[in-house]
Design a protein around this ligand. Structure first.
Ligand SMILES: Nc1ncnc2c1ncn2[C@@H]1O[C@H](COP(=O)(O)OP(=O)(O)OP(=O)(O)O)[C@@H](O)[C@H]1O
Ligand SMILES: Cc1ncc(CO)c(N)n1
Length: 428
């Protein structure tokens, strides 16, 4: 397995530093080791205190890790002071760690200083020359160069000049620049590359710099070239920001696991929905009780709290050669009535995770009762039902068509109940 090392501060709020670095390594399939340079008492609003780890003990951690676990890449984050920078640079040199990403962390998003002012020279002179990639944000590039940077052209010039300080590649991050596009400049010594993504409208950007640098290190550990590592990491940080977590009263953290978990959840949801579809297809009579252009199979994630957590086929099921067919792979929040009902049902009774909606006829409602399915006729607001039945009968009104809705613990169980109903009802 590929292995990486983060040398950074701990963020007690869980959003930046060591905590996000290890999540990022894990999300990218890289084994993470860590050397902690400082403890910060920190949350989404700011830094309440900093407890530096003595350089001797930082060395002790570095020796423990590097003498036993040869890492394929490393990244540095918050280093705090000049002594720590020197200790880290010496150790990385001694152990010949060559795939090094230096995130020259100076100030937290909240404005709190994370690097002593007199340590900037040590950072520039001792650490930057070892970096394969250095990733300054705009304020950090300004400190390194001693001038303001307010345009993309100025970022390009900054990238060229910072490279003269010794790093092999420079990534100047543009997260602090006004505008609709989030542009970073990557310079490899020959070519200037613009990496651009649309700006996401979210306050949850705590830890973006750390997550980005950790993702670059993870990709370098996996043998990607520096340019490929940075472009893959840009995609990763954009995903992590788009899945940002609304936690705390300040800037919430990015979510390095967000995109991965979503993919996993969609794949589980798809399996459950396709199994249910197969169960419907086994009983051809099921095709007779679909509601034209409206029936679907729905799946709720555990703990669903929005329609984004309800999956279904993207368009209604339809009859095709006497069986049931669908067009397209499952999606979340398909926008199909009555997905809201499964959300409410699951929130009321966490065991309910599957639902199928069918055509209404009075005979179908009777057949459901005759099968001893626990059946309730809806009168009034669904949200006010005290218990979720197995079968909900919605009679037609002038405003809306009737429906029969089956709730179950899984979509497959809902499909089996549908098949039971279809068999008892076949021919009608
Ligand atoms: N709102 C946003 N939408 C999309 N991308 C963003 C947004 N904010 C930041 N980014 C991207 O995140 C990455 C990190 O950029 P940024 O310049 O904010 O780093 P940083 O200042 O070091 O982060 P930190 O806040 O952790 O100190 C960049 O690629 C930037 O373009
Ligand atoms: C520990 C730590 N490292 C880095 C940053 C920068 O985001 C932070 N806020 N905290």
């Amino acid at each position: 397995m590929y292995k990486a090392l983060t040398i950074a501060g701990s963020d007690s709020g869980g959003g930046a530093g060591i905590q996000t670095d290890l999540k990022t390594f894990a999300a990218l399939g890289v084994y993470g080791t860590s050397v902690i340079t400082a403890l910060t008492a920190q949350n989404t609003k700011g830094v309440h205190g900093i407890h530096p780890v003595p350089p001797d003990f930082i060395n002790c951690q570095l020796e423990a890790v590097l003498s036993d676990i040869p890492v394929h890449a490393a990244k540095t984050g918050m280093l705090g002071d000049a002594k720590t920078i020197t200790a880290v640079a010496d150790s990385l040199n001694k152990h010949r760690v060559s795939n090094l990403v230096v995130d020259p962390v100076m100030v937290a998003q909240s404005g709190d200083r994370l690097l002593q002012e007199d340590a900037v020279d040590a950072l520039r002179d001792k650490l930057l020359p070892h970096a394969l990639v250095v990733t300054p944000n705009l304020p950090e590039a300004e400190v390194l160069l001693g001038r303001q940077i307010t345009t993309v052209d100025a970022m390009v010039a900054a990238a060229r000049e910072i490279r003269l300080m010794g790093p092999r590649h420079v990534l100047v991050k543009g997260g602090h620049l006004e505008g609709q596009d989030m542009v970073d400049i990557f310079f490899d010594g020959r070519t200037i590359h613009h990496l651009s993504e649309k700006k996401l409208d979210t306050p949850h950007t705590h830890g973006t710099g750390c997550t980005y640098a950790a993702a670059i290190a993870a990709c370098l550990a996996k043998n990607l070239s520096p340019y490929d590592a940075v472009t893959r990491a840009k995609q990763f940080i954009t995903d992590a920001i788009s899945h940002g977590i609304c936690v705390g009263g300040g800037y919430g953290p990015t979510n390095p696991m967000g995109a991965l978990l979503r993919e996993l959840e969609l794949s589980r949801a798809s399996q459950a929905l396709y199994k249910a579809l197969a169960a419907l297809q086994k009983t051809p009579a099921c095709a007779n009780i679909l509601a034209d252009g409206r029936s679907n199979i729905f799946y709720s994630l555990e703990g669903a709290n929005s329609l984004e957590d309800i999956a279904s086929f993207p368009t209604p099921l339809y009859r095709c050669h006497n069986t049931i067919a669908q067009a397209g792979d499952p999606v979340f929040a398909g926008g199909l009535y009555p997905e809201e009902m499964l959300l409410q049902a699951h929130q009321k009774d966490a065991r309910i995770r599957g639902m199928i909606n069918l055509r209404y006829t009075p005979e179908m409602a009777l057949a459901a009762s005759a099968l001893n399915y626990k059946t309730v006729k809806l009168s009034g607001d669904f949200a006010k039902l005290s218990e979720i039945p197995e079968v909900l009968v919605i009679e037609p009104t002038e405003e809306q068509e009737g429906q029969i809705i089956l709730f179950a613990r899984t979509p497959q169980e809902a499909a089996q109940k549908t098949a039971g109903l279809a068999r008892s009802f076949s021919g009608c």
